[in-house]
Design a protein around this ligand. Structure first.
Ligand code: P53
Length: 479
């Protein structure tokens, strides 16, 4: 029993969460640049433009832009076979609606990808990861506007052409389904650069934006394959399976309907059409999604090559008849623990997730995010003893291996989230740490930005060396 040779062990980040240098090299502001710091359970604020005196953690982040050589060397020290990052749209098109790209931005990613290849690291690249140009959000209303398709496709084609010999694995939209929860204006701003207006039908606005994104993604897949037929272009889904709270049949239906809210995003991009359950739902709620005659054909032709997904947690739901749309309400799962941010820790849920996706789509899968946010500090011996992280990964990798070895799942790679501490997307905190490498910076933005391997750094290095065979939680650290 072994993982396939050439299995892509690595890690994943997003440009806006680590690069910093938010206005350097011709970069324009993105939606992330107007987000302030939240706290556990407290969403980030969104300001109207950039306001003097506010704390915008993405502006500096961990300054990867200036330190990427040192950081890539550290990641290479763990033996990374791949590294997932995103291309900041605003480095390439600072406002988003220009016709010509910004050469300095393109050059930065040329250098970054070259640096990865120096160590034999395969770049895995997300085109749109929560960093839509602010100008497109302000002037066009983000993805509520069909014009976004043209802007995105131009951006995608420029990247495909420029990096066609350096990048093989692409993703179009990060966690495109995160916006499904329309109670949170933050999520839709993050995903689609749109803020809901007073009194509007949020559900319809969200699906309209998603429709344009589906069309844009499909065009990118079609155009990408023309530029390089070897490209692997995937969708990217936040996959948090939902369990029924009990064996009651109505709980089962509620869980199924909750899952459909995520599946719909993958169904369209993998199967190439809108599934019947969503068409019925739109009919029932009088949802009117504007489509051009060619859209459905484009969606059909531009299906993805593989499915990338994040896995952090599972949810549990119980039947609630007052919820006319989804029939359920979230319930705490008594069988699993959670971290300080309430994210439930469920390794078996990863095996379950891999099986669900494999059985539904029969496409290659890539785990492009998994991990645990922890509060951490250096101890007296100078080491960050992140045994909780080692435990988390040992258990998740064990279940991932079962999915491959026992269940026959086709898995390309495994990229833990934030191998180096970075800015949290959800809360903007630095102190929600995911890394194998510690970065000296706190939530207020204070610190030296010095990097330091944690205990888990040496642990994950051995995991990669042994292709996932040695998952023992004991590990010696250099003194
Ligand atoms: P943070 C919510 C639920 C699942 C994944 O999240 C999510 C979110 C958004 O907060 O986002 C993904 O930083 C996302 C990354 C993000 C990571 O998960 O809130 O793709 O950008 O950093 C972890 O702890």
């Amino acid at each position: 029993m072994a993982l396939p040779k050439g299995f892509l062990w690595g890690g994943a980040v997003a440009a806006h969460q680590l690069e910093g240098a938010w206005n350097v090299g011709g970069k324009g502001p993105s939606v992330a640049d107007v987000m302030t710091v939240g706290a556990p359970g407290v969403e980030r604020g969104i300001t109207d433009g950039i306001i003097e005196g506010e704390n915008y953690p993405n502006h500096e982040a961990i300054d990867f832009y200036h330190r990427y050589k040192e950081d890539i060397a550290l990641l290479a020290g763990m033996g990374f076979k791949c590294f997932r990052t995103s291309i900041a749209w605003t480095r390439i098109f600072p406002n988003g609606d220009e016709l010509e790209p910004n050469e300095e931005g393109l050059k930065f990613y040329d250098d970054l990808f070259d640096e990865m290849h120096k160590y034999g690291m395969e770049p895995v690249v997300t085109l749109s990861h929560f960093e839509i140009p602010l100008h497109l959000a302000n002037e066009y209303g983000g993805w509520r506007n069909r014009k976004m398709i043209e802007f995105f496709v131009r951006f995608a084609k420029v990247c495909f052409e420029r990096y066609k010999d350096k990048v093989k694995y692409w993703m179009t939209f990060n966690e495109i389904n995160n916006q499904r929860n329309t109670e949170s204006p933050f999520l839709t701003f993050t995903n689609s650069g749109l803020l809901y207006k007073e009194g509007e039908d949020r559900y319809q606005v969200m699906y309209q934006a998603a429709h344009y994104e589906f069309v844009a993604s499909a065009i990118a897949v079609i155009e990408g394959h023309k530029i390089n037929p070897d490209f692997q272009i995937g969708c990217m889904i936040a996959f948090c399976p939902t369990y029924p709270a009990s064996a009651a049949p109505q709980d089962q239906i509620a869980a199924l309907k909750e899952m459909d809210r995520t599946y719909v995003f993958a169904d369209v991009q993998c199967r190439g059409h809108y599934p019947s359950y969503i068409l019925k739902e739109w009919e029932r709620f009088g949802t009117d999604i504007r489509m051009e005659p060619e859209d459905l054909k484009i969606i059909q032709e531009g299906t993805v090559d593989y499915i990338a997904f994040s896995y952090y947690m599972t949810f549990t739901t119980e039947y609630d008849e007052s919820n006319v749309r989804h029939l359920g309400r979230e319930k705490k799962n008594p069988f699993v623990k959670a971290n300080d941010w309430g994210w439930q820790i469920d390794p078996i849920g990863l095996r379950y997730a891999l099986n669900l996706l494999q059985e539904r789509y029969e496409l290659p899968l890539m785990i492009v995010e998994n991990g645990i946010g922890l509060h951490e500090h250096e101890e007296a011996d100078g080491m960050i003893h992140d045994d909780a992280r080692i435990e988390y990964f040992a258990n998740h990798i064990t279940e991932m291996k079962k999915a491959v070895e026992l269940d026959g799942v086709t898995l390309i790679g495994y990229c833990p989230w934030g191998p180096i501490d970075l800015v949290s997307a959800g809360t903007g905190e630095m102190e929600k740490r995911y890394g194998f490498i510690y970065v000296d910076k706190n939530n207020k933005g204070e610190g030296t930005l010095a990097r330091k391997p944690k205990k888990s750094y040496y642990w994950y290095k051995r995991v990669i060396e042994t292709n996932g065979e040695n998952l023992s939680k004991e590990i010696d650290v250099p003194v």
